[in-house]
Design a protein around this ligand. Structure first.
Ligand SMILES: *Cc1c(COP(=O)(O)O)cnc(C)c1O
Length: 362
């Protein structure tokens, strides 16, 4: 049925039932589709993000995850404000790129890609730079698989009284968190990561009181999160522009399947088990992980090339032929490849992967 299993988050392996949900051509403005599906999704997303559901709302936005990151930065940081970006990988750096495009006043604290964002450094920086109004950080840096210490970072940012923007693209739905407890003002994720939907839109969990201050800030029409929210709110699930109906249907199915699995905790357990089977198996074959276990997320794992002659293309092709697709590395300081643990994939799949790797030449 499946030509191969994707172990490449980003796009990941989805269930047959998620794919089947896309087989009907839904009408955008039909009551069935709008009122029920979009509103249910928006409510369930807030409920996944916090117990204090009254204080938060959600906005769905067409495009990939980056569109939502750009939309949040462009709709929240006003002239006169200053953004501090914490980066230890490509997705943190991308926020800097976004700030450049928008001419936003910002500073970037760059950390090594194989280390977590340093909480004491951030504390010190904020203590000496009172002009900072917003701080943004990536929760799980998918570049390497580092899980940043979100709780500690959030605590420091809030202690200094700054607004907090979190790119939780590759962790939301798969790593437990509560936006209200952490004090997060805007959290961003997308359909095709831990919720296990297909790509086509992203979403923002926003503190209502902060979202209200975004009116008129964005210089982009299609990336204006306030305008998008207002239309969805007043129109009971209406999208401003053509809605990705098939993707939304698939996402609703994926949300139901997350609940059936037992919610975020249960999914996190499965991802941790996937990761454990993968890493134990790879280590038994002599592979080494890029990161120490203490800072490694259960989302994606980077492995060092096993020897100087290692040919990733050949390794990739051998695995693909046997039913598994993996990712190349994304950092410059070491030769790595990456294997994802998220999606509709189970510990058995990773046991099978290890057996398959044993048969490969590398
Ligand atoms: C996937 C991802 C994004 C968004 O990437 P797109 O290609 O735009 O979907 C952003 N940040 C992180 C940490 C990610 O993993």
């Amino acid at each position: 049925m499946k030509p191969y299993i994707l172990l490449t988050p980003g796009l990941l392996t989805t269930s047959e039932t998620v794919k089947e949900a896309m087989l009907t051509d839904w009408c955008t403005w039909d009551a069935d589709y709008n009122v029920h599906i979009v509103e249910e999704i928006r409510k369930s997303l807030v409920a996944l993000a916090t117990k204090q559901t009254d204080e938060y709302t959600s906005v769905l936005l067409q495009g990939s995850g980056t569109y939502c990151v750009e939309a949040v930065i462009g709709s929240t940081v006003k002239p006169g404000d200053k953004l501090l970006i914490l980066s230890n990988g490509a997705y943190g750096d991308r926020m800097g790129n976004i700030a450049e495009y928008h001419g936003i006043n910002y500073d970037m604290l760059a950390f090594d890609e194989t280390e977590q964002v340093s909480v004491s450094y951030v504390d010190d920086y904020l203590a000496h730079n009172a002009e900072i109004t917003h701080v943004s950080v990536v929760h799980c840096e998918t570049t390497t698989g580092v899980l940043n210490p979100l709780k500690e970072i959030a605590h420091i940012v809030k202690m200094h009284g700054k607004k907090l923007i979190v790119d939780a693209m590759s962790s939301f739905g798969g790593v437990p968190l509560d936006v209200e407890e952490l004090g997060i003002d805007f959290l961003i994720s997308s359909a095709n990561k831990c919720i296990q939907g297909v790509p086509g839109f992203g979403f923002i969990i926003a503190r209502k009181s902060e979202l209200m201050r975004c009116k008129g800030v964005s210089k982009s029409l299609s990336l204006d999160i306030y305008d998008q929210w207002e239309t969805m709110e007043k129109g009971h699930g209406k999208w401003r522009f053509t809605s990705p109906t098939h993707v939304v249907r698939a996402f609703k199915q994926a949300m139901d399947e997350l609940a059936e699995e037992g919610g975020v905790e249960a999914r996190h357990q499965r991802y941790c088990k996937n990761h454990e089977v993968l890493v134990e198996g790879m280590r038994s074959l002599g592979f080494k992980t890029l990161l120490p276990d203490a800072i490694q997320s259960p989302v994606i794992t980077s492995f060092l090339y096993p020897n100087a002659d290692f040919d990733f293309k050949s390794f990739y092709a051998q695995l693909k032929e046997r039913g598994f697709v993996i990712y190349p590395g994304k950092i410059s300081q070491a030769d790595t490849f990456r294997i994802g643990n998220i999606g509709d994939v189970y510990p058995e799949d990773f046991s099978k992967l290890i057996e398959v790797i044993k048969e490969c030449k590398y």
